[in-house]
Design a protein around this ligand. Structure first.
Ligand SMILES: [Ca+2]
Ligand SMILES: [Ca+2]
Length: 342
């Protein structure tokens, strides 16, 4: 009997150990799951707060754009384009927002790196693919994307055909028939580009060319490139020499050598670009060519607001970005043209 009793006790002990092991595993699993959920909840909450901080930056910029008195000239030293007090790591509730953009993109990757201005970016500092004539598009493709002249001619005319309402085929261009005969056919738009990425649908365009021009093109504005805000890369795309583009940038900075300050020099009309420096024959020809096509301007009514909301918690940083394109309307609230969230 004693032996049977001892065996029974042993079995109970083993069973108890197994049950304890099982319960321990369950407890550890439940603990891990709760911890993961807690981490995720913290991450989700901080991302949501960052989103609303970014949105606050957008709202602030829109209010300032609405309040800005349109003086017929847009330059880096107006409050909406350069305003560190209003847009640089602006404290808001538990975090911050920054609204900023890079200038002098040509310097990207160079030792000097990029310089940022705090405020909304002038969309007319870019070349409008909905308005630019074939000649300007060809210059853009050759000078910025290293396209061969005949390749640039074909793509530029195809861009014109894509956006014009008619179905008249430009030389080497493409209308409905070309697109309807592709392996995966689609219609020719015969209307304005709504986003720059739509260029990828146009005959002759490819990802390499698009990636090279994407930071200096836009689908908004009246088609005139603002010579007060155009970066060096845009000026080179338009056919100016690097020397003259540098002269324009230096001239605009004023006496302190910094863009976006009170002493900036402002071009009041397109022809004043000649004041920036000594023009070579080629630069003079470029100015004449662009002036005859009415491509140069000094004003703008569309702005890109690139706002990042962020929270810093110890070593951790949570951030969200919103990019919003707005059009200034006289006597009315600005019109939101596009809204992008990361
Ligand atoms: Ca067409
Ligand atoms: Ca200055």
């Amino acid at each position: 009997m004693n032996r049977i009793g001892k065996n029974k006790d042993g079995s109970v002990l083993i069973l108890t150990v197994w049950v304890l092991c099982y319960l321990s595993i369950l407890a550890v699993g439940a603990g891990n799951m709760a911890f993961s959920r807690l981490l995720f909840a913290k991450y989700a909450k901080n991302r949501l707060v960052s989103y609303y901080l970014a949105k606050a930056g957008i709202e602030k910029a829109i209010i300032m754009i609405e309040a800005d008195e349109d003086k017929g000239v847009v330059s880096f030293n107006i409050p909406i384009l350069s305003n560190e007090d209003a847009f640089m790591e602006y404290p808001c509730d538990t975090g911050f927002f920054s609204v900023c953009y890079a200038v002098s993109l040509e310097d990207e990757g160079s030792e000097g790196g990029k310089r940022f201005l705090y405020g909304a970016e002038d969309e007319s500092s870019r070349i409008n693919i909905n308005k630019a004539p074939s000649g300007v598009l060809q210059k853009l493709l050759v000078n910025t994307a290293d396209a061969r002249p005949e390749e640039a001619y074909e793509i530029a005319n195809s861009i014109i055909d894509w956006r014009d309402k008619d179905s008249n085929l430009s030389d080497m261009g493409a209308e409905e028939q070309y697109y309807s005969e592709l392996d995966i056919p689609y219609h020719c738009k015969n209307s304005d580009f709504e986003v720059p990425e739509e260029l990828m649908l146009v005959k002759g365009m490819n990802a390499d060319i698009f990636s090279r021009i994407s930071d200096i093109i836009t689908v908004y504005g009246n088609g005139k490139v603002n010579i007060n805000t155009a970066g060096k890369k845009t000026m080179l795309a338009l056919g100016f020499s690097p020397e003259f583009a540098d002269d324009v940038e230096e001239y605009r900075k004023g006496g302190d050598g910094v863009a976006g300050t009170d002493d900036d020099m402002v071009f009041m009309s397109p022809s004043e670009i000649r004041k920036a420096g000594l023009l070579s024959r080629a630069d003079s020809d470029a100015v004449n060519f662009l002036s005859s096509d009415n491509i140069l301007g000094v004003d703008s009514d569309v702005f890109r607001i690139n706002s990042t909301g962020f929270i810093l918690k110890g070593d951790e940083r949570y951030s969200r970005r919103i990019i919003c394109f707005v059009q200034r309307k006289k006597g009315d609230i600005p019109l939101i043209l596009r809204w992008i969230e990361d």
